[in-house]
Design a binder for this molecule. Structure first.
Ligand code: SAM
Length: 288
């Protein structure tokens, strides 16, 4: 059973037929049907026999099965109840796999970490359901879990947003947030043709290596993220206008002086600021 090809279109069709499974568009169900891409995803997670892996949305278990051939333990969280019997069949006799029926955004992740990974470092691998990509990534990052690496298949445009540089049109609040927690890189682009059913968008595999320390020291993390969100909410405005508007600075002159004092031109657009510059501004606002 070590080489069961769950990416084979004929295997996918026969499982679907056997269990009378109906694809749900609203749950982002597009199953990977290409063994080479599956290998690329797995290789990019740099897996070894000691690893413990959380998988989100196993579907019919193609990634789950392949990952479980390599690592110590896989925990897979699947929201769709009708996939559970398929996963039970495909993963039968795999004593290093646990399938949890649940919603990754509602599950108690701290409890899952404690129960299955004993709070030791783990990796996350997922072909994400595209309707909730950002909430899933941000929830994982903000839940203070012991994750060291994440590999996600996401919509191509999202991958570009996660890895954009300042000044680029794709650079936004999520880019800064990801960069605060991780080093992000695009591993490869994937055609929409390798999924069943075929989605309306192309995809990309991204690898996020979680930083041991954030790249900037913050006096107030909440203020920093609020500042970043505000700046991108008003991305067409100058930095001075965006901040005086969004952060409701009563004294605009004071804000202008603050920016000049830290060496940042108040007339710049916020979307050109690096994470270091965001940190400088938020730390200065905090010490006022
Ligand atoms: N991993 C499989 C593959 O690569 O072929 C399936 C990937 S498919 C793009 C996304 C999967 O996520 C589906 O199985 C879907 O049912 C599941 N899913 C959607 N929303 C979810 C949620 N909130 N929590 C857990 N799983 C979810």
């Amino acid at each position: 059973m070590k080489d069961l090809k769950l990416t084979s279109p004929s295997v996918i069709s026969s499982l679907i037929e056997e269990y009378d499974f109906k694809f749900s568009k609203s749950l982002g169900q597009n199953f990977l049907a290409d063994e080479n891409i599956l290998r690329k995803i797995i290789d990019s997670a740099l897996l070894n026999s000691e690893d413990m892996v959380l998988e989100i949305g196993p579907g019919i278990g193609a990634l789950t099965f392949a990952i479980s051939n390599i690592v110590n333990k896989v925990v897979a969280v699947e929201i769709d109840k009708s996939l559970i019997p398929i996963l039970d069949k495909v993963l039968k006799n795999r004593d290093n796999v646990s399938v949890i029926h649940g919603d990754i955004l509602k599950i108690d992740l701290k409890k899952l970490e404690e129960t299955y990974f004993q709070k030791k470092p783990f990796k996350v691998v997922a072909n994400l359901p595209y309707y909730i990509t950002s909430p899933i990534i941000m929830t994982l990052l903000e839940s203070n879990l012991n994750i060291d690496l994440m590999v996600f298949t996401v919509q191509k445009e999202v991958a570009q947003r996660l890895t954009a540089l300042p000044g680029n049109k794709d650079y936004g609040a999520i880019t800064v947030a990801i960069n605060y927690y991780c080093q992000a890189e695009i591993i490869t682009y994937i055609s929409r043709n390798v999924f069943i059913p075929k989605p309306n968008v192309d995809s990309a595999v991204v690898r996020l290596i979680v930083r041991e320390q954030p790249p900037v020291k913050l006096k107030d993390e909440a203020l920093f993220f609020n500042l970043v969100k505000t700046v991108f909410k008003y991305r067409r405005k100058t930095l001075l206008n965006a901040l005086s508007h969004g952060l409701e600075f009563k004294d605009k002159d004071h804000l202008e002086n603050l920016l000049i004092n830290v060496g940042i031109d108040p007339m710049r657009r916020g979307e050109t600021l690096s994470i270091e510059e965001f940190a400088i501004i938020s730390n200065r606002i905090k010490s006022v």
